[in-house]
Design a protein around this ligand. Structure first.
Ligand code: PXL
Length: 279
C-alpha cells in the first residue's frame, strides 16, 4: 500500500528557458513523490539572467485562480514561496496563506531577491520588506548570503554563518538554511539552524563559475526530503550531495551555466535516497 501522497503549493514563476523556479521544483517534487499545485506568479520567456526577456506578470490571474482552488477545497501539506513578480502580489499570497496554513501545513520561504551582493533586476524595496514578513512566519527559510543581508538590513554581511543564522531565526523563522557557505579547502555548502539547536553544515567541492537556479534546486530537494520525513540536517546533506552529483558533470562554459543546473539525468539519485540506499 502506498502512503498518502503529500501536496505542496508552489508559489513561483514559470521561466521557459533556464532551469529555475517551477521548471526545477516541479520535476524534483514529483520525483520525490509529492503532488504539486503550482500558483504561478509570473510567466517569462527565460529567467532574468538572460537579455530581452518577455515577461507577463500574473498578479491579476492569481485572485481568480485562488478563488477556484478554494472552491475545490484542496488542502496542502506545505506551501513553498519563491520568486514573486512584485510587492503587488503580497496581498493575494497572504490570502492564499490564510486559506492553506491550517493544522500541520508547513510554510517554506526562499526569499529569491538577489545574489553576489546585488538584488535581481526588478526586485524592489517592497519585495524585500514583503519577504521579511513572509520569512518571519516561515517554518524554514532558504536565503543565500546576499538575501540574508537584505533580510537583516545589512548591506554586506561578513558575519560568520552561525551568527547570520541566529539573527535570521531571531527574526522569527523557526529554522533557517543559509546557502553559499564557504568551507575548508575551497569547498562550498550550506548551514542550517533550528531554534535552540546547534548549527549543522554540509559541504562539497566548489566548481568555478555561477550556475543559475542553484538555490531553487537546493531548496526543492530539502523541502522534498522534509515532506518525506527527513530531518532538516539530513535534507540539507542530501541536497548538497545531489547538487555535487549534478555539478560535477556540468558543462564548463559560462554560457551553458546560464541554462541552469543539469539535474534531469540525476533524478534517480533522489529516488534511491528516498528508498534509503543513499543519504
Ligand atoms: O533562480 C532564481 C530566479 C527565479 N526566477 C527568476 C529569476 C531568478 C534569478 O535570476 O530571474 C525569474
Amino acid at each position: 500500500m502506498l502512503n498518502k501522497t503529500k501536496k505542496i503549493l508552489l508559489v513561483q514563476d514559470m521561466s521557459c528557458v533556464g532551469r529555475c523556479s517551477l521548471t526545477v521544483a516541479l520535476p524534483v517534487m514529483s520525483c520525490m513523490g509529492i503532488q504539486v499545485i503550482p500558483f504561478p506568479t509570473m510567466l517569462l520567456s527565460a529567467h532574468t539572467g538572460f537579455k530581452n526577456v518577455y515577461k507577463r506578470d500574473l498578479t491579476d490571474d492569481l485572485e481568480p485562480i485562488l478563488r477556484h482552488i478554494e472552491e475545490l477545497d484542496v488542502g496542502v501539506d506545505a506551501v513553498y514561496i519563491g520568486y514573486i513578480a512584485g510587492a503587488g502580489q503580497l496581498p493575494v499570497i497572504d490570502r492564499a496563506l490564510s486559506h492553506f496554513l491550517a493544522g500541520d501545513t508547513k510554510l517554506y520561504v526562499d526569499p529569491v531577491m538577489g545574489d553576489e551582493g546585488r538584488l535581481y533586476p526588478g526586485i524592489t524595496k517592497g519585495v524585500v520588506e514583503g519577504f521579511r514578513g513572509l520569512c518571519q512566519r516561515a517554518d524554514v527559510i532558504f536565503p543565500n548570503r546576499t538575501e540574508a543581508a537584505f533580510l537583516l538590513e545589512e548591506t554586506a554581511s561578513s558575519s560568520p554563518p552561525e551568527e547570520i543564522l541566529r539573527q535570521l531565526v531571531h527574526l522569527g523563522a523557526k529554522a533557517a538554511v543559509l546557502t553559499g557557505v564557504p568551507g575548508e579547502n575551497s569547498a562550498i555548502g550550506a548551514a542550517s539552524l533550528e531554534a535552540d539547536a546547534q548549527m549543522c553544515s554540509a559541504f562539497a567541492p566548489r566548481y568555478p563559475g555561477c550556475f543559475h537556479g542553484t538555490g531553487d534546486l537546493f531548496a526543492a530537494v530539502v523541502i522534498g526530503a522534509q515532506l518525506n520525513g527527513f530531518s532538516l540536517k539530513a535534507g540539507v546533506e542530501l541536497a548538497v550531495c545531489f547538487m555535487d552529483e549534478c555539478l560535477k558533470d556540468a558543462p564548463p562554459s559560462p554560457q551553458e551555466r546560464l541554462y541552469g543546473v543539469p539535474f534531469e539525468q540525476k533524478l534517480p539519485l533522489l529516488l534511491r535516497a528516498l528508498s534509503g540506499k543513499i543519504a
